[in-house]
Design a protein around this ligand. Structure first.
Ligand code: HEM
Length: 138
């Protein structure tokens, strides 16, 4: 079975880019121990787009779905959810649990700290068709 790639595409207002990267720098690091997890990268836009890509790769769709329903996902999004429930400095910023509340992000809470880091998000799904890794040097 080919691996699957799940990319969370985050639209981040210019003034929130540092805040988003700060939150990821403080991330829970729980995804690493999730069954079927293969790879994670946070990609900062440089050219061609202004959207951040949260790149994840999984052994199977089921492994991704299991993680997304898991405590590890909730814990991995604790900062965002904490703020969503008004525990953070700003008013809740609508990080929806299951439906990843795209519609929530832009509407509640603005500014730094407790506000939403992303103003919109969508998930792109791919199957890995071909891969190449560097040839080990002799
Ligand atoms: C509404 C949608 C989402 C937003 C706004 C969002 C935002 C964030 C933020 C700000 C963090 C840093 C930690 C935190 O603040 O708690 C985080 C962690 C993470 N997000 Fe999301 N996220 C969303 C959904 C997703 C989805 C669908 C994926 C997978 C494709 C994903 C993959 C990850 C990963 C792998 C981490 C690190 C978790 C860990 O360290 O265990 N996120 N996310």
């Amino acid at each position: 079975m080919p691996s699957v790639v799940k990319i969370n595409v985050l639209t981040v207002p210019e003034e929130m880019r540092q805040e988003l990267e700060r939150r990821f720098a403080g991330r829970a690091g729980m995804v690493e121990s999730s069954d079927g997890f293969e790879w994670f990268e946070l990609l900062r836009p440089v050219e061609g787009t202004d959207r951040y890509l949260v790149y994840t790769r999984w052994r199977s769709e089921e492994d991704f779905q299991r993680w997304q329903q898991s405590q590890a996902f909730q814990a991995g999004h604790a900062q965002a959810q904490g703020e969503a429930q008004g525990h953070g400095p700003g008013h809740g910023h609508g990080h929806g649990h299951q439906d990843h509340g795209q519609q929530d992000h832009g509407q509640q809470g603005h500014g730094h700290g407790g506000g939403p880091a992303a103003s919109a998000s969508e998930v792109w799904s791919f199957e890995v068709v071909q891969t190449a890794t560097p040839t080990p040097k002799p």
